[in-house]
Write a protein that binds this ligand. Structure first.
Ligand SMILES: [Zn+2]
Length: 286
């Protein structure tokens, strides 16, 4: 599952998860045997998880303040413990085995409160904080453009300028992935994958949609990095998918405990992508 969060704030709504419910989501996932991995690790097939654990990826769209808020306390600036990053860091201190790597799809040119988490004085500090602590930053266009509506030049400029604006704060940061605003693909997929505008070159290893259910395993033939589905982290969707995988363990990716090895029933070997046999040792699970 690649989960997709938007606002982290009160009250709970279609686009908002409360801090308390977000905390509970982490605990439910942990209890269900899930562990966080970074999206980059998923793309690289780097499933460094203990045997029996199931990977889950967390993504946050639209850089609103509830995702990462700085507060001043006793003259010191710190992360609000009720913002998503504060909650994740506290949870991972208590439960280090769960992990904390998540991906933030930020909007560097949006209207407030969606411009780089909504506190202009801390924009740079926040992006530096995320990059330094192993969180991932992804491209979500400059101001949330619906890429299906625009000609090639506009699509490419939206993507390249987003990267350029992010690089003002974290120079050289490699933006590996793009989340499509509203899940809307440009008329030609290649415009979103790689390109160059006014000397700014971008290249995405994956493109994320806004819906579509659980993602296939990165070792599977069905894995298409340019059409990665996500699950919106609403109460109803989360409950549905947690129950789904609890009832259908055969559909669930479970780590064999060795990230160099892919273990699969012999009868399903033909499901593997070609790349898998080249880069990993394949074991039969019979
Ligand atoms: Zn968005």
């Amino acid at each position: 599952m690649i989960l997709e969060y938007h606002l982290i704030e009160e009250p709970e709504s279609r686009w908002a998860r409360t801090p308390e419910n977000f905390r509970r989501d982490l605990e439910r996932l942990r209890e269900g045997g899930y562990r966080l991995i970074g999206l980059g690790d998923l793309l690289d097939g780097r499933m460094a998880l203990p045997a029996g654990a199931t990977p889950v990826v967390l993504t946050f769209d639209d850089s609103s303040p509830g995702q990462l808020r700085f507060v001043e306390r006793d003259g010191k600036v710190e992360v609000d413990p009720n913002s998503a990053v504060g909650i994740l860091e506290a949870f991972s201190r208590q439960r280090p085995e769960f992990g904390k790597t998540t991906t933030f799809y930020v909007l560097p040119g949006a209207k407030q409160p969606h411009k780089l988490f909504g506190q202009p004085e801390y924009e740079k500090a926040k992006l530096e904080y995320l990059a330094a602590r192993g969180f991932e930053i992804g491209n979500h266009t400059l101001w949330h453009a619906n890429l299906s509506k625009y000609p090639e030049a506009t699509v490419r400029t939206q993507i390249a300028q987003a990267q350029q604006w992010i690089h003002r704060h974290v120079p050289g940061y490699r933006l590996r992935t793009l989340a499509l605003p509203m899940g809307a693909y440009p008329r030609d997929l290649s415009w979103a994958i790689r390109g160059s505008v006014d000397g700014v070159s971008y290249q995405h290893d994956a493109i994320l949609m806004v819906a579509g259910g659980a993602a296939p395993s990165p070792f599977s033939r069905r894995f298409d990095p340019y059409r990665l589905p996500r699950i919106q982290a609403l109460e109803s969707e989360l409950s549905y998918w947690l129950r789904h995988f609890a009832q259908r363990p055969e559909e669930r990716f479970v780590s064999d405990g060795d990230s160099q090895v892919v273990t699969i029933p012999r009868a399903r070997r033909s499901d593997l992508r070609e790349m898998t046999a080249k880069r990993f040792r394949i074991l039969d699970d019979d």
